[in-house]
Design a protein around this ligand. Structure first.
Ligand code: HEM
Ligand SMILES: *[C@@H]1O[C@H](CO)[C@@H](O)[C@H](O)[C@H]1NC(C)=O
Ligand SMILES: *[C@@H]1O[C@H](CO)[C@@H](O)[C@H](O)[C@H]1NC(C)=O
Ligand SMILES: *[C@@H]1O[C@H](CO)[C@@H](O)[C@H](O)[C@H]1NC(C)=O
Ligand SMILES: *[C@@H]1O[C@H](CO)[C@@H](O)[C@H](O)[C@H]1NC(C)=O
Ligand SMILES: *[C@@H]1O[C@H](CO)[C@@H](O)[C@H](O)[C@H]1NC(C)=O
Length: 369
């Protein structure tokens, strides 16, 4: 069956805006090819704190077939209807939902969303599963690309997670109660019973040490190296009620944390953060975690306890290098020779990723050819 789609797509390219008319053939009506993905939505207008577990966003357990994965933030947004409850979403839906539901800063929201979508999403249908692969994101791209959803191990999902196991050790996807026990005990030991920055730093190091000791194929290289540290800050940034002030604003109750990590559930009457946490705010906290327990990017070599620093992998503060490495290595490995409309969609998403860097001096990696 051949169907034609006629779409008007607005392309924002540098300073000019070009409006064009496109016709594409595709194989199934259920999966219209998004002829060049639309640009990211603008930032939300009001970034103050507000009730987000409200009457319009009740928690429902996922139903059979709904996708949930390794990210407690996105799982929670789906289970409260800030994202489609089936866990399949467009980048625009994710960028808006993480701002609306948690007050993630726009810069970070856009960067992380495109970084995840490009490697784990379907670039032709513009859909991403927040869990495992599903045919609801459309026909998969040619291998080695997979559009396998955020649960796919490797490009984005990685080792030394807080509450999920390493892929090598088994289930890298679902909540692990044994690992959460460690979250609680480290919070008791370092945070006086709360997950605070001291506990976050100690737990980050402990999770890395555990992987070094038990996973012969442990890898902690960019961009996973960067997301591992950032995700240790996210519970403090986003899972604490925004009405808290002073020292209490950075002390997360483990029982509340468990609701997010295990059940994708906000506490009753939950308010999002009273101010956005974007790249600058998360970056300062990441620096503090790193300074307390510095660990360099590296990997084991096929045996446990062989962790070796990899000097070719960008460090935490090397944000431009991380971006370049992500595009030129991580993405390039998945799409070694994309052609035609797939190549166009890939380059468009890479443009949006670059735009999400904001006013930095990072040079843009040239488009793939
Ligand atoms: C902006 C789009 C986002 C994407 C694409 C994304 C994706 C992911 C992925 C793939 C992981 C798994 C990494 C791993 O542990 O191997 C992850 C982990 C995590 N995410 Fe997200 N995430 C996003 C936003 C958020 C938000 C808004 C929050 C908090 C509200 C959040 C909180 C976390 C936390 C705490 C972890 C660590 C889980 C653990 O280690 O047990 N994320 N995210
Ligand atoms: C997706 O897979 C399910 C289960 O195998 C099947 O019932 C459904 O028809 C498929 N949907 C599409 C759109 O291919
Ligand atoms: C990661 O976990 C998912 C879900 O359990 C599983 O399907 C996948 O095979 C795992 N990946 C690896 C590399 O073990
Ligand atoms: C949970 O994690 C622990 C510690 O890594 C591991 O021993 C256990 O097998 C995991 N449980 C499941 C159900 O994967
Ligand atoms: C891996 O590292 C260990 C310890 O550093 C070393 O003894 C071993 O020879 C290395 N193995 C390989 C395959 O490089
Ligand atoms: C990225 O790869 C492209 C194509 O191989 C190359 O032209 C470019 O110089 C690389 N950029 C960096 C910063 O390594």
């Amino acid at each position: 069956m051949m169907l034609c789609y006629s779409l008007v797509v607005a392309l924002a390219i540098a300073t000019s805006v070009i409006a064009g008319q496109f016709d594409f053939d595709t194989t199934t009506q259920q999966f219209p090819i998004v002829a060049l993905p639309p640009p990211p939505p603008p930032p939300i207008a009001d970034t103050s704190g507000r009730l987000v577990h409200d009457a319009a966003h009740p928690w429902h357990a996922p139903e059979e077939g709904d996708m949930r994965g390794p990210c407690p933030g996105l799982n929670t947004l789906a289970s409260h209807g800030w994202l489609p409850r089936d866990g399949v979403a467009t980048p625009a839906q994710i960028i808006t939902a993480v701002q609306e539901g948690f007050n993630m800063g726009y810069d970070l929201a856009a960067f992380v969303t495109y970084a995840g979508h490009i490697v784990d999403g379907n670039l032709l249908t513009n859909k991403l599963s927040i869990g495992q692969a599903t045919n609801r994101t459309g026909p998969p791209p040619p291998p080695p690309a997979h559009a396998g959803g955020l649960s796919a191990h490797g490009a984005f999902e990685g080792d030394a997670s807080i509450t999920r196991g390493d892929a090598y050790l088994g289930d890298n996807d679902s909540f692990n109660a044994t690992l959460f026990d460690e979250f609680v005990s480290v919070s008791e030991k370092y945070g006086g019973g709360a997950y605070d920055f001291a506990a976050a730093g100690a737990l980050r190091m402990a999770r890395i040490r555990d992987s070094i000791a038990r996973n012969p194929y442990f890898r902690l290289l960019a961009p996973r190296y960067h997301t591992a540290y950032a995700e240790s800050v996210f519970p403090i940034a986003f899972f604490i009620d925004g009405r808290r002030t002073g020292a209490e604003r950075t002390r997360l109750d483990p029982a509340v944390a468990r609701g997010f990590f295990e059940s994708a559930r906000m506490p009753p009457d939950f308010w999002r953060s009273s101010s956005p946490w974007g790249r600058p705010e998360v970056g300062i906290a990441v620096d503090a975690l790193y300074r307390a327990h510095p660990i360099s990017p590296g990997s084991n070599n096929g045996t446990v306890d062989s962790y070796t620093h990899d000097p070719t992998s960008p460090r935490l503060h090397q944000f431009c290098e991380m971006y370049t490495d992500y595009v030129n290595v991580t993405v390039r490995e998945l799409y070694p020779n994309a052609k035609g409309v797939l190549l166009a969609a890939l380059n468009k998403n890479l443009d949006y990723l670059y735009s999400a860097l904001g006013r930095t001096s990072c040079p843009q990696v040239p488009p793939f050819v």
